[in-house]
Design a protein around this ligand. Structure first.
Ligand code: ADP
Ligand code: TRP
Length: 330
């Protein structure tokens, strides 16, 4: 265990799918085995998009239950809801005063909307609320509040972590060395997981397999994976097959090699390959799925874990706020 502090937020805006599992959740759970790790449900970040409280709450429980059921080490990892820590509202407000407006104008997510609005000839800020515009400041506050060193994120969030670093720099230049400068870590080691239609698995494409889909749904989804029209006898290319790409994320090296051979030599139809994939994923996820379902039926247990996380997070957050208030207000 080294003494670097890892932190990441997961936005409760949908049901996590196998792409999220392989690309984000699993590596995070592994990291939490040997680092002090803060993982929070970024419910304040969901607010600029989702206006339905019940939905945010439901997704938040699903994410928390999923992390716990997948075996997150709760001694090393502090799991909590972002909105439970008052320091986050305070720090993001303080950081507003050292953050140039121009930095926000350069955020990819904001720029993309401005470009689209310009193309369609409406006001450039049409559909932009201040939550969306100042999103990178809230995210910088998340990162700086807990003295984070390493921030594992998807490639689309790299700029936000760099902004957090910039904002920490502006603050330190003005007020002295208060904040550590965080590093983004981009999880690309497992590659992009394809979805049912062969494109990147993403909730925006409606091609996902939820991590804890009930067994019958999991099977149905896997059977719907789009393949080429090769006959069972023909040799198939594992490297362009969604079935194989998914399989290798769940199987051992030997099993993967064996499955690769079955593709290459021919004689295995896609129906059979899908059954093998289903059995493999199901064997890995069926025990955690049971625990997930148990937790979702006992939300008080999830609440207790999140409350405990919030208490631990608050200790660090309060210290940061005290320091910041002192240097900014005396
Ligand atoms: P979505 O595309 O479904 O909206 P998000 O953008 O919310 O997913 O992704 C959250 C995290 O999951 C990111 O860290 C991202 O890198 C990871 N992730 C999402 N989809 C995939 C995928 N198909 N393959 C690998 N990682 C993914
Ligand atoms: N913005 C991230 C996303 O959309 C979620 C997030 C919020 C986050 N705060 C964070 C990630 C702090 C890393 C660190 O996925």
């Amino acid at each position: 265990m080294d003494d670097k502090i890892v932190l990441t937020g997961i936005k409760p805006t949908g049901i996590p799918h196998l792409g999220n599992y392989v690309g984000a959740l699993k590596p995070l759970i592994e990291m939490a085995n040997n680092h002090k790790t803060y993982i929070f449900i970024a419910d304040l970040h969901a607010l600029n998009l989702i206006k339905d409280a019940k939905l945010i709450k439901q997704y938040s429980y699903e994410i928390a239950a999923m992390m716990i059921a997948l075996g997150l080490n709760l001694d090393n990892a502090v799991l909590f809801r972002q909105s439970d820590i008052l320091g986050i509202y305070q720090l993001s407000n303080f950081l507003m005063n050292v953050t140039p407006k121009g930095l926000m104008n350069r955020a990819h997510s904001y720029k993309a909307i401005v470009e689209k609005n310009t193309e369609t000839g409406v006001d450039i800020d049409s559909g932009v609320n201040m939550g969306l515009y100042t999103y990178p400041i809230l995210m910088a506050a998340d990162i700086l509040l807990y003295n984070s060193d390493i921030v594992p994120v998807g490639a689309d969030q790299k700029q936000h972590v760099e902004f957090a670093r910039d904002i920490a720099g502006y603050f330190n230049n003005t007020y002295g060395n208060v904040f550590k400068l965080p590093e983004p870590v981009i999880g690309e080691s497992n590659g992009i997981i394809p979805g049912l239609d062969g494109r990147k698995m993403s909730k925006s494409y409606d091609n996902t397999i939820p991590v804890f889909a009930p067994e019958s749904e999991l099977k149905k989804k896997i059977m719907r994976i789009i393949t080429d029209s090769k006959t069972p006898e023909e040799s198939k290319d594992p490297d362009t097959s969604t079935i194989f790409q998914l399989y290798k994320q769940f199987a051992t090296v030997e099993e993967t090699e064996q499955f690769r051979q079955m593709f290459v030599v021919g004689g295995m139809g896609y129906g059979t390959a899908k059954n093998i994939l289903f059995e493999k994923i199901n064997s890995v996820l069926s025990e955690p799925r049971k625990e997930y379902e148990r937790l979702m039926a006992n939300k008080n247990e999830i609440d207790a874990i999140l409350q405990n996380g919030a208490e631990r997070a608050r200790i660090v957050a309060d210290k940061t706020i005290m320091k910041v208030k002192k240097v900014m207000l005396g």
